[in-house]
Design a binder for this molecule. Structure first.
Ligand SMILES: C[S@@+](CC[C@H](N)C(=O)[O-])C[C@H]1O[C@@H](n2cnc3c(N)ncnc32)[C@H](O)[C@@H]1O
Length: 238
């Protein structure tokens, strides 16, 4: 092992635990991740949402963690801003950027406060965050106005995986059975923990997640996989 590898290994240990499994000069940051190869699998689902040449494009990665998606965007030539509310994860992202030689702006910011950035972005990545929020619709309402072209949203989904079909514009108050139909939009509230994580608050079913995105002013262009949506802003059109 070279002295440089040993130094990286030491810093990776100090900055851990890691959620993103990155390869930093031959040193893996989370080789025994309990979710296995989930990052690469999700990336292979979403990568076609982005052009291969992103020169001149801007990207906002919300809940960027250690920067996995930010780095994929930077590799394609985009100007990337990654935000997260965790100093620990931002520390990992900055160290990884240094080792990998990526010029990415990482900032500490709550998802609710992205408007403070004061600019819009061609692409927004909002993956793995929505179910961690106590106020998911508030966050979407703050995020969507920043999207110029596309937003890629991924969220944990549970319950029925299909939509029951078109939802009517209104229902009489005597309509009760509808709410028991498996494909009706629903959000499950987690009072305590799910998967040992007290920050898992609201878990939608597929219909619920799609309905929330539409309600926040997005048009779903593609339901690309479980809990994965490629959307464009509607800007008021319905
Ligand atoms: C499950 S990880 C997902 C990381 C990455 N986006 C991905 O998909 O691999 C959730 C990330 O969102 C961040 N996060 C959670 N709540 C947040 C909030 N309110 N504002 C900003 N970041 C938040 C966490 O610190 C963490 O880095």
């Amino acid at each position: 092992m070279t002295a440089e590898t040993a130094t990286i290994q030491q810093r990776v240990r100090e900055l851990g635990p890691w959620f993103h499994d990155l390869d930093l000069g031959g040193v893996r940051t989370a080789p025994n991740h309990p979710l296995g190869n989930f990052l690469q699998e999700l990336w292979s689902t979403v990568e076609r949402a982005f052009p291969s040449d992103m020169s001149g494009k801007t990207v906002l990665d919300i809940g960027c963690n250690a920067g996995f998606y930010s780095f994929r965007m930077a590799e394609r030539g985009a100007r990337v801003t990654g935000v997260d509310h965790s100093d620990a994860y931002l520390g990992q992202a900055r160290f990884a950027a240094e080792i990998l030689g990526h010029d990415v702006e990482f900032r500490r910011l709550e998802a609710y406060d992205v408007g403070e950035l004061g600019r819009r972005f061609d692409y927004v990545i909002f993956m793995g965050v929505l179910y961690h929020l106590r106020y998911p619709l508030l966050a979407l309402d703050r995020v969507v106005p920043l999207v110029k072209e596309w937003i890629v949203v991924q969220s944990l989904v549970r319950g029925p995986q299909w939509e029951r079909g078109a939802i009517a514009g209104d229902y009489p108050i005597t309509e009760e059975r509808l709410f028991e139909e498996p494909g009706f939009p629903a959000l499950y509230f987690v009072e305590h923990r799910y998967a040992g994580d007290p920050t898992n608050w609201w878990i939608a079913n597929e219909a619920g997640l799609a309905a929330m995105l539409r309600s926040a002013g997005l048009r779903v262009e593609e339901h690309a996989g479980p809990g994965v949506y490629f959307c464009r802003p509607t800007r008021g059109e319905r």
